[in-house]
Design a protein around this ligand. Structure first.
Ligand SMILES: [Zn+2]
Ligand SMILES: [Zn+2]
Length: 396
């Protein structure tokens, strides 16, 4: 369905653009990464976790992290002759020696399989994919990569003002990416779709040939197989890496273009792209779900008040203190007032669930074919249109 881009509608859509604080709170990158943030992107050569993940993990609820752990991830502590994987202790042999399983094995901060996973079996220990790591060391070893190289890989870029455009930027577009997993463990976009929000014209709908080595294409969900990938490469219909993808998108997008997506923070992050005019159907729907819950509990409270409650001097609703009456409230409320619904769980806020709920549309039904970024971008656009057509009264 085509939407007429009249001024009134565009104004409604602009009202849904999230303020920078909200975007930041929802995982959008709003500023270029500084050196410290870039450092946090480094991964441990052993376990493969990022310095960010390790620092997060080292802040347990009970007290500050032990000093030794902190030192472990400081690159200056790494001696010129870096300990290698071979110097790690073999957990399995220690376990066999003590004959009493994991609990008596020494606690290592860095645990991993040094081998490769081939046909769901680790080559290092011949055990299956889910087996506990067979090797451990006391230190995490940050990969040896310069800040420049990190910046080249991870730095985010804002939508440029001037690009070689055949025409002026679109007013609004909808975006979706399918992701694979790079060898490093990073999410890597492997297919992208961009449509015009109003006309649904397909602006970009391509496979992205990654410029990093890949662990897997997550074909079950991404719907992209190596066959598709190689075919797109042969036919030269693919985009090259995230940089090539950003450039392809920016042919249609200026800084003022409204980018619509569902949880588009993941797409933008993976594309290393900063954009401030974003309408996110996931944020809209989760805010709506929270408001709905508040409204329903308020309705129940006022129903209680009408029955047996009384207002305190300051206007607060107070229930009568008699326990017998309180039981009565619970029972009568059950019959007459709407039940309190819990705030929607993440699964209920998935694009698939919401497309069904709001649009009566079944998406992501492809089974083995996985998701389809065109279908998903269209669903995000239609969800936003739905919320413009069905304003949440409580929010106005
Ligand atoms: Zn192993
Ligand atoms: Zn590690």
């Amino acid at each position: 369905m085509i939407i007429t881009p009249n001024e009134g509608y565009i104004w409604q859509l602009r009202k849904l653009v999230e303020p920078p604080e909200t975007l930041a709170k929802n995982g959008y990158i709003m500023q270029p990464l500084n050196d410290d943030e870039l450092f946090m992107k480094k991964r441990c050569l052993g376990c493969g976790k990022t310095m960010h993940q390790l620092r997060v993990k080292q802040s347990p609820n009970n007290g500050p992290p032990p000093q030794a752990n902190k030192a472990d991830i400081t690159p200056s502590k790494i001696t010129p002759s870096q300990p290698t994987i071979q110097e790690g202790l073999n957990i399995k042999s220690l376990q066999t020696a003590t004959k009493s399983g994991v609990s008596e094995a020494p606690k290592f901060s860095c645990r991993y399989h040094p081998g490769q996973l081939i046909r769901k079996v680790w080559t290092c220990c011949n055990r299956n994919a889910s087996a506990e790591p067979c090797v451990g060391t006391n230190m995490h070893i940050p990969q040896n990569i310069s800040t420049d190289a990190l910046a080249d890989k991870y730095q985010v870029h804002s939508t440029p003002r001037v690009v070689h455009m055949q025409r002026s930027p679109r007013v609004a577009v909808a975006l979706d990416c399918e992701m694979g997993t790079a060898a490093s463990g990073d999410s890597e976009p492997i297919r992208v779709t961009l449509i015009d929000y109003f006309s649904k014209e397909i602006l970009v709908n391509n496979i992205i040939f990654p410029d990093v080595s890949m662990r897997h294409l997550n074909t079950k969900y991404s719907g992209v197989s190596w066959d598709d990938m190689n075919k797109a490469k042969r036919q030269q219909t693919c985009l090259w890496g995230v940089k090539g993808t950003r450039e392809a998108l920016w042919r249609h997008i200026g800084p003022g273009t409204i980018v619509v997506g569902h949880g588009a923070n993941n797409d933008l992050r993976a594309l290393r792209w900063m954009h401030s005019s974003v309408v996110d159907s996931l944020i809209i729907e989760s805010t709506r779900a929270k408001r709905e819950e508040l409204r329903k509990s308020a309705e129940i409270e006022s129903a209680d008040e009408g029955r047996v409650g009384q207002k305190g001097d300051n206007g607060d609703i107070r229930l009568t203190p008699f326990s017998t009456t309180a039981t009565g409230i619970a029972e009568s409320t059950e019959e007459t007032a709407p039940k309190v619904t819990v705030v929607r769980k993440p699964r209920q806020l998935s694009l698939k669930s919401l497309a069904k709920l709001r649009l009566g549309r079944d998406i992501q039904t492809g089974g083995k074919k996985g998701h389809d970024s065109l279908e998903d971008a269209t669903a995000a656009r239609d969800l936003v249109h739905w919320s413009i057509m069905n304003p949440d009264e409580a929010s106005h």
